[in-house]
Ligand binder design. Sequence first.
Ligand code: SF4
Length: 283
Amino acid sequence: MCFGVRDAIALALEHADVGPLTILGDLVHNPTVLSALEAKGIAVAQDVADVRTPTLMVTAHGTSERNLARTRALGLTVVEATCPLVHVAHRAVAALARDGYHVVIIGQRNHVEVRGLTGDLDRFDVVLEDDDVLALDEHPRLGVAAQTTQPVEKVRRLVSLIRRRFPQSEVRFIDTVCKPTKQRQSAAIEMASQADVVIVVGGRTSNNTHELVKTCARYCTRVHHVQTDADVRPEWFDGAEVVGLTAGTSTPDDVIDRVEARIRLRADATVDKFASARASLRR
Ligand code: SF4
């Protein structure tokens, strides 16, 4: 689990001990963590209109200044669990807009983090695929930043496509992909290149878990995404000598450990956990 998610969960638990708390949206995209928070009496609301506690927590994905002001105007106390690296991305986007660039975000248009990154802008574009770049209008100055959990290779490829598509424009790119995402992606590539089967653990709606699945699938033909050990199927490991195991940034260690234990039940499978790569992701 990356430090941003760990700190956000710790902050939620700390505030829940002091008084009633509602988290706006999913603090992390992981059902196991969300059930643990629910067990502590922490409420989750998808809309600020549904908040019934005096204190509301903004998730690690962050939100816009406009949204924060709207929420405070309702009389709610706001606790921000925004990851510091999401704040870095916010500052980069603000700087691009301030310097007169038309902002282009590489990411998923409806992802909560991207809505937060763009929420203070009047004009912007969001691109995720080549076709989105081809549909962009020309601007004399284009300022590009990325959702923190996008694969950096893909981000660089799209930036270079933007530069080629608009040779007359000044294109400024600020790399806002976070370090834990970069480390995880490069460790996953190394692992998937050596594994017969790869298991990726993480929430179904977790963007960085999906990106890990896609990255691993480029280096290994047998990649499976599981949320918990209950999803693991014994037949996936038929004939496999090396099984690779990795996880999205919001996956708790105990969930990963249970998946590993389930895989190890297969006597003919060797699990290479890349423990050193995981250790390096801990702050
Ligand atoms: S994935 Fe990166 S930006 Fe998101 S919470 Fe973790 S460290 Fe922060």
